[in-house]
Design a protein around this ligand. Sequence first.
Ligand code: GDP
Length: 445
Amino acid sequence: MFATLSDRLADTFKNLRGKGRLSEADIDATAREIRIALLEADVALPVVKEFVGAVKERARSEEVSGALNPAQQIIKIVHEELVTILGGETRRLRYAKSGPTVIMLAGLQGAGKTTLAAKLALWLKDQDKTPMLVAADLQRPNAVQQLQVNGDRVGVPVFAPEPGNGTGNPVEVARASIEEAKRRLHDVVIIDTAGRLGVDQTLMQQAADIRDAVQPDEVLFVVDAMIGQDAVTTAQAFLDGVGYDGVVLTKLDGDARGGAALSIRSITGKPVMFASSGEKMTDFDLFHPDRMASRILDMGDMLTLIEQAEKAFDSEQALKAAEKLGTKGGFTLEDFLQQMMQIRKLGSMTKIMGMLPGMGQFRDQLENFDEREIDRIQAIIQSMTPAERENPKIIDGSRRARIAKGSGRQVSDVNQLVDRFFEARKMMESMARGGGMPGMPGMPG
Ligand code: GDP
């Protein structure tokens, strides 16, 4: 996500580094490069013009000329302007004051609406809500079943018209769903409406009719970020035809440029509220403009990483492992396996590393990282007996051969893993004792 833009901006700022004072020519050159970077990222032209204009104006002001480090100040300005075009404050869901909160989804077919409905339901469930999904897409064959399959995956009930009654009226289904939600005490209702391949009048009218019938608290427009500028055009058409409160961007994982994310707010005036970034049900979160801007400028996104870690980690277990580190030989391969499995819950290594600051320069290596390497390590440890995991010292030659066979690896792979484990443990133990890195003179104090 935003890889092209990140790289381009990093190059731009490199040219500024070390300059004590910025000349008019420096500012012009920087503005020109930012302009090209944004255009390459497929950002809408009016948005590019406004952005570059604002940066240029601020770059010429006292704010920069008076700063100790003008180049740093420019980065700060670009960051702030990025936050602004991405929408400023994080826009959170508004819940109904009484009765169920009604969220209606609208968008084109293939935008990822049905998937998104389930992701949103899971996200709400994680916040202790009791959502219900509603299949009001009676146009597309299988849409109802698809929602039911997704609903099952996240353990959220789906309200749908009786099978065989596929010609049912979506407005009536939506209306009835609210009554059902009240009866069954669901506090959020998510209505999935029909999409079409292209924008058309009948589709807009149907969505508008459902909206009028159920008076949603939030209408969310769902759009595929990968279609770039077309996303912005479609967003405008839906705004005119149906109207909505916020935007959900899907498939951000497949969008290296980020044009839609950067343009949609400025063009439609509606905030991006959620971002969907993968096939997994948990690849979904609130859209935070400030964190997104930090990611674009490769300042990392530690906040998101920490939040995800809090969700994924069993803190008690982590604490136990940390304690064991302090005692010699206390940390075992079993602990190592548990830790590794917890980290895996955070997502792919590429994704985790991508959230750390300064990782942009390693992007190629990160993209080439073979996630299966972790599967292999896991398989090797899982082929060990509990005794071997607890006390890796007993893993002799014949045990190594057995473990290699059990995990479908070579003996050399097992050797490497065991050696590395001992090395890492030695290092961790000495750090836990405050002795610094082994083999290095300890720092005084
Ligand atoms: P709908 O027609 O709008 O209901 O779209 P679907 O929910 O059926 O999604 C269309 C396709 O996009 C499916 O193959 C989904 O698996 C895929 N998809 C949905 N969201 C994402 C996402 O965030 N990332 C990726 N890579 N694929 C997605």
